[in-house]
Design a protein around this ligand. Structure first.
Ligand SMILES: *Cc1c(COP(=O)(O)O)cnc(C)c1O
Length: 385
């Protein structure tokens, strides 16, 4: 039986093994483990590629979000609007500042935050909105930017899953007042450990987050505000510089996998990823949806195909946010997505034969399900008779 994994970091590693060894050795020899030259080089390279004025490397995508909120002095009494259907960090970072995460629903086609829902959730206490470019496609950024302007809100992109995605000719990471990226090993630009980046076109905000990542130090041992240790190690930056050379090719591979899935799953009764006009998708996840999700996942697993559920519990229903008073049923699109989504393997070293095998299994599942339905309804008819 064929085995198709969600990820294959070991095969990817073979591609960079020699370069990585050389790079790691060079950092060891330099003995500059903190704020070494690779950090600024990595910031500069990535900033130029996406077209942002400033990039500040930080310790993780989560810390990028936290540090951005701290720079805006978001805190107790403030509200920050976030989608409920996202990775935990989007809302966790808001909570940790003392502000209230205000959960809103998503657009069921793109899985990104609903602009109408954001509009309806704005109050006099709203300070910021964090749209998440979920699965690798940008949220409705122009509409959100116009809302933000009208209500004097700050827009923070959570671009952790979407580096490389385009929105009306601009790159994810350049569409908000601040943007956050993650280099967690499984992300599209994955490092060997934790890592993140903050992008902004504002020199003031860039200076602020630079201070905050280093305990709020404005000059040596002078602290005008309290920050944290949010630095990215030299070693990780040097490794990310190596990985950066493969990033665009890997993005193309993900997009080719997605195209093959789209072709071979056409006509199968599942929802395929919807790419909104004027956008490109970088397929951090290739996510389909079906009410028979759990049975399909089990069927695939029995045939050697891994799949994953991102995410099974929408954040407004998490125990830690119970105090915010969201009832089940209050954000129906997020709840339906949590029940129906299934991500299929889409990583850059997946082969064409892997994709074909996965699609065959998905088709087999639905052929069987139809046959099952037909026999059930036939017996129902018989018993009525
Ligand atoms: C991965 C991720 C983060 C957090 O990034 P880390 O580097 O793991 O801290 C935040 N938001 C989203 C949507 C993510 O996928």
């Amino acid at each position: 039986m064929r085995h198709v994994a969600m990820l294959d970091l070991a095969t990817e590693y073979e591609l960079f093994r020699d370069e990585l060894s050389t790079t790691v050795h060079a950092v060891l020899e330099s003995q500059k483990f903190i704020n070494g030259p690779a950090v600024v080089r990595f910031e500069d390279e990535l900033r130029r590629r996406i077209g942002s004025s400033h990039a500040v490397a930080v310790s993780s995508g989560t810390d990028a979000l936290l540090c951005s909120l701290m720079a805006l002095e978001v805190g107790a009494g403030d509200e920050v609007i976030v989608p409920s259907f996202t990775f935990f960090a989007t809302a966790g970072a808001v909570w940790r500042t003392g502000a209230r995460p205000v959960f809103v629903d998503i657009d069921p086609k793109t899985f990104t935050i609903s602009v109408e829902a954001v509009q309806a959730a704005i109050t006099s206490r709203t300070r910021a909105v964090i749209p998440v470019h979920l699965f690798g496609q940008c949220a409705d950024m122009d509409e959100l930017a116009s809302l933000a302007r009208q209500h004097d809100l700050t827009l923070i992109e959570d671009a952790a899953q979407a580096l490389g995605a385009q929105y009306r000719g601009r790159s994810a990471g350049t569409l908000g007042d601040l943007a956050c990226a993650s280099f967690y090993p499984t992300k599209n630009l994955g490092g060997l450990g934790e890592g993140g980046m903050i992008f902004t076109d504002s020199t003031d905000l860039a200076d602020l987050v630079r201070q905050l990542r280093n305990h709020g130090e404005s000059e040596r041992y002078v602290h005008e505000r309290v920050g944290g240790n949010f630095r990215l190690d030299t070693l990780k930056a040097a490794i990310l510089l190596v990985k950066l050379a493969y990033w665009e090719e890997f993005t193309r591979r993900r997009q080719e996998n997605a195209r093959a899935y789209n072709e071979q799953l056409a006509g199968v009764p599942v929802g395929l990823p919807f790419v909104a006009p004027g956008r490109t998708h970088v397929y951090h996840q290739y996510t389909i949806r079906t009410p028979q999700r759990d049975a399909l996942k089990e069927f695939l697993a029995a045939r050697g195909v891994q799949s994953a559920i991102y995410y099974p519990i929408p954040l407004h229903l998490q125990k830690c946010f119970e105090g915010l008073g969201h009832a089940r049923g209050s954000l129906p699109e997020s709840e339906a997505a949590a029940r129906e989504v299934l991500s299929l393997p889409c990583h850059p070293t997946l082969s064409d034969d892997d994709v074909t095998y996965v699609c065959e299994q998905v088709r087999l599942f639905f052929a069987g399900a139809e046959a099952g339905d037909a026999s059930r309804s036939a017996s129902a008819t018989a018993s009525q008779g």
